[in-house]
Design a protein around this ligand. Structure first.
Ligand code: NAP
Length: 546
């Protein structure tokens, strides 16, 4: 990468640099947005905190990190040439391959010349007088831009646990989202992992292979299901490639843009034998089918949810030899699928290994991290390494970490107290010319599909602004109210919103984030796109234009 041309940062004393658009973040949304804004002939600069492109796939290089969605459905679809030349080696690619892919995209489209790395944004302030944003980096560089495009990512503000003594530990320690770029060995080491979400599960099953001893500190078990990854040979890759047109069409039509789509029948419309056979088939199929391709009522009907939870609990009991450990691994405070389902590869079998111990910290809470390890209410453990798989201040966290001020100095963080308020997840009243990519109130699902739609829609809006000589776009307050009410109403009756998780904005380690909110759009992706199309067709109704 060093040999490749990239945007030159100015010295700290240099004058403010001016652009038509600044994109914050060089993950998948920032990269694609750069490509599209170049087509409009705009002077664009991307500011990225890391030293390379890739966002999530740049930061999360912990052991075992990989796609939980099919590699081919998770790539960019906008370039036929790119689709022709990139082969995936596995159905669920590992992080190194995904990062190689994203670097390949950066090379192919010569993106780095417009990206400044090591540029963490600390503030963005709107000036009504100049109709510009002034953006500052933590090392004091300043930029102005007519349009501010936030490509921050929904899971990019990692949170350390609020356990006393974290700083005192004398061994190696790391949050999974800040994993070193150099290889890390676990051989001969006593390793602790705190956290059992999708990241913890992937990390645990990898570390258990070589660590002298692995101790997992679990607060809430999650309902995990088999990933069933497999390699893709040359011929299979050609078959997959030949099916791309149908695959993209399918992603456009499914509820969350995944290849899997809910089974139209309800859980109790079929006989017990048929239900069991269907679940056995899903459990033996790769990917998210068991979560998003299940009976249509598993996340709305409590009895249906209890039935599928019972099915998966039986699987856990079959796979874990010690019945007491199996019971600890079965969630008791939430049903299957009401939190993001981690996909696993022999995760449960890890607990049958002699070198692995599970500590249920509900029974014996962690009191503190000590210089030598971890002290719970009943024991003191010594470790060579502690891995924090403790998650993120999700969705709004990356916004909260930047001092974003709109008209009259209103702070976005204050505006969003009690939950985000947006128009289509893209704009906020009082924050003119700020356009959010994959911000709150967006459909998540198969994220690259949502990114491509989101970026294309924003690009069309900016093309419209260019052709109509508009220099100020702001969501109308009533449009924000109407969209926010709509997003809230879509959460009604969904069991997912009755559970604490990052998907309901809860993070026990962040002050003020203990109350559940509705922070994402829970409707279907086709319905979301239809609403966006309608707004555009009506001359961007709901957006004040000047
Ligand atoms: P997470 O799901 O929020 O899990 C964090 C874990 O840390 C939870 O088990 C949590 O326990 C625990 N924890 C947090 N603070 C703690 C504390 N103070 N003491 C003890 N335990 C604590 O975060 P994540 O696993 O990083 O995953 C976040 C999301 O990233 C996933 O849901 C997924 O959407 C995405 N992801 C995707 C992939 C993929 O596609 N392959 C892989 C990894 C992650 P509680 O549950 O009790 O709070």
């Amino acid at each position: 990468m060093d040999a490749v041309q990239q945007a030159e940062p100015r010295s700290q004393t240099a004058a403010t640099q001016d652009f038509e658009a600044v994109i914050v973040g060089a993950g998948m949304s920032g990269m694609y947005q750069l490509i599209r804004l170049r087509e409009l002939g705009m002077r664009v600069r991307v500011l990225e905190a890391g030293t390379g492109v890739g966002g999530t796939w740049y930061w999360n290089r912990y052991p075992g990190a990989r796609f939980d969605s099919e590699s081919y459905s998770y790539q960019f679809s906008f370039s036929d040439e790119l689709l022709r030349e990139w082969d995936w080696s596995e159905h669920f690619a590992g992080q190194p391959e995904t990062l190689r892919y994203l670097n390949h995209v950066a090379d192919k489209f010569d993106l780095r010349r417009d990206i400044e790395f090591k540029s963490r944004i600390v503030s963005a302030h709107w000036s009504e007088a100049t109709r510009n944003w002034t953006i500052a980096t933590e090392d004091g560089r300043r930029y102005t831009a007519r349009f501010l495009l936030t490509a921050l990512g929904p899971l990019s503000a990692p949170t350390m646990p609020n356990i006393p003594g974290v700083e005192s530990f004398q061994g190696e320690s790391c949050h999974t989202a800040h994993w070193p770029h150099e290889p890390v060995s676990f051989e001969g080491k006593r390793v602790a992992v705190i956290g059992t979400g999708a990241t913890g599960v992937q990390t645990i099953q990898e570390v258990a292979k070589t660590a002298k001893h692995l101790t997992v500190f679990q607060r809430t078990p999650n309902w995990c299901a088999p990933l069933l990854n497999a390699r893709i040979g040359k011929e299979e890759m050609e078959r997959i490639r030949a099916g791309y047109p149908e695959m993209w069409q399918r992603c456009l039509e499914t509820f969350s843009c995944f290849l899997h789509t809910p089974e139209p029948r309800k859980t109790f419309e079929v006989s017990a034998e048929e239900r069991e056979a269907f679940w056995e088939k899903l459990y033996a199929s790769p990917g998210f089918g068991i979560w998003v391709g299940n009976f249509s009522d598993i996340l709305t009907n409590r009895e249906a949810n209890a039935a599928i939870s019972d099915f998966v609990a039986r699987k856990i009991r079959q796979r874990v030899k010690d019945p007491k450990i199996a019971e600890k691994l079965i969630p008791k405070n939430h049903g299957f699928g009401t939190r993001r389902v981690p996909l696993e590869t022999k995760y449960y079998e890890v607990y049958n290994q002699d070198n692995v111990t599970l500590v249920d910290i509900n029974e014996t809470p962690i009191e503190r991290i000590t210089p030598a390890g971890i002290k719970t209410s009943d024991a003191e453990y010594e470790f060579d390494m502690i891995i924090y798989a403790t998650g993120f201040d999700a969705i709004t966290g990356s916004f909260d970490r930047i001092d974003i001020q709109g008209t009259d100095g209103t702070k976005l963080k204050d505006r969003w107290k009690g939950g985000p308020k947006t128009f289509l997840g893209v704009m906020v009243d009082g924050f003119p010319n700020m356009l959010m990519l994959m911000g709150p109130h967006m459909a998540l699902g198969n994220i690259p599909r949502s990114i491509e739609h989101n970026v294309d829609w924003v690009t069309d809006l900016l093309r419209y602004a260019q052709s109509h000589n508009l220099t100020r776009l702001e969501a109308a307050p009533e449009a924000v109210r109407e969209w926010t009410d709509h997003v809230l109403s879509l959460g009604d009756g969904l069991l997912t919103f009755e559970v604490n998780s990052w998907m309901t904005g809860v993070n026990s380690n962040v002050e003020g984030k203990q109350v559940r909110i509705i922070n994402r759009y829970a409707g279907s992706a086709p319905a979301y796109r239809a609403r966006c199309d309608e707004v555009a067709a009506k001359g961007y109704e709901g957006i004040l234009q000047a």
